[in-house]
Write a protein that binds this ligand. Structure first.
Ligand code: GLN
Length: 257
């Protein structure tokens, strides 16, 4: 388990090797600057925490680990990393994180889950042990270890439905790394499908989704240099933060002198 609580670093081009065009000088970025640097937590009870912190920090967000209930209250968005969802579920309950996480997600806090993180954000799991709980939020059914034991891990280039609002002008495929990954077996009408397996026996299976402020991928964008998926999430967090700060400054306040 990672012991780092914060990582600081420099802002880098989020596009990595597979560049789309977003120079960081959009009006959305300038507005976001007005409300400061978003603080994004990485659930740090188990899994590949360090890689997500590095990606978030490279994009100019403040990446912090989340292990305690108070830390859940102090973040603008949350990443749930890859790892082992059964262990993560047990530790989330043991560390008293379940209730605050459920509440913040219900309140609209943006969250992004990769692999085991996708399972944690799914409303339903197929073929899971009956005692495995998820946090939920995404109206999807995921199947754990869906690709089968023979093909534990594989890589594939996928078409990805980039959000024009979040990352204007971004195009191109994603080089996706799958490690004992789940797939999305069923998605409700409010769920946007962002990517599907492009070839092989699982072709057509859904492996990336978004529903409102919740995003999930079956694969691991935190490995490798391509930061576009994290950049998309950071943009969602920035937009939400801006909206919240607008709400806090609304003229309904009665205590203005
Ligand atoms: N198979 C794992 C699970 O069920 C997920 C694997 C991963 O996150 N790389 O939680």
């Amino acid at each position: 388990m990672s012991t780092i609580s914060t990582i600081t670093g420099t802002t880098a081009d989020p596009s990595g090797d597979h560049s789309g065009d977003h120079s960081g000088d959009s009006s959305a970025d300038r507005r976001a600057d007005a409300v400061g640097v978003p603080r994004i937590g990485v659930l740090a009870v188990q899994g590949d925490v360090r890689e997500h912190l590095a990606a978030l920090t490279a994009l100019g967000a403040e990446g912090v680990t989340v292990r305690r209930p108070a830390e859940v209250e102090a973040i603008d968005g949350l990443v749930i990393p890859g790892g082992e969802s059964t262990v993560m579920d047990k530790l989330v309950r043991a560390f008293d994180l379940r209730e605050p996480l459920l509440r913040r997600i219900a309140e609209g806090m943006p969250a992004y889950g990769s692999c085991a993180g996708m399972i944690m954000l799914a409303d339903r799991i197929a073929d899971a042990r009956p005692d495995q709980q998820t946090l939920g939020g995404l109206d999807i059914t995921v199947r754990r270890n869906a690709f089968g034991r023979q093909v534990d891990s594989f890589e594939q280039d996928l078409d990805y439905a980039w959000s024009d609002a979040a990352l204007p002008g971004t195009t191109g495929t994603v080089h996706a790394v799958f490690i004992r990954a789940p797939w999305v077996e069923q998605a409700g009408p409010g769920v946007e499908v962002l990517a599907r397996v492009s070839e092989g026996p699982a072709a057509g299976r859904i492996v990336a989704v978004r529903q409102g402020n919740l995003m999930a991928t079956s694969f691991h964008p935190e490995v490798g240099a391509d930061r576009r998926i994290h950049a998309e999430f950071v943009s969602i967090v920035r937009a939400h933060r801006l909206q919240q700060s607008g709400a806090r400054q609304s003229p309904e306040r009665e205590d203005t002198a």
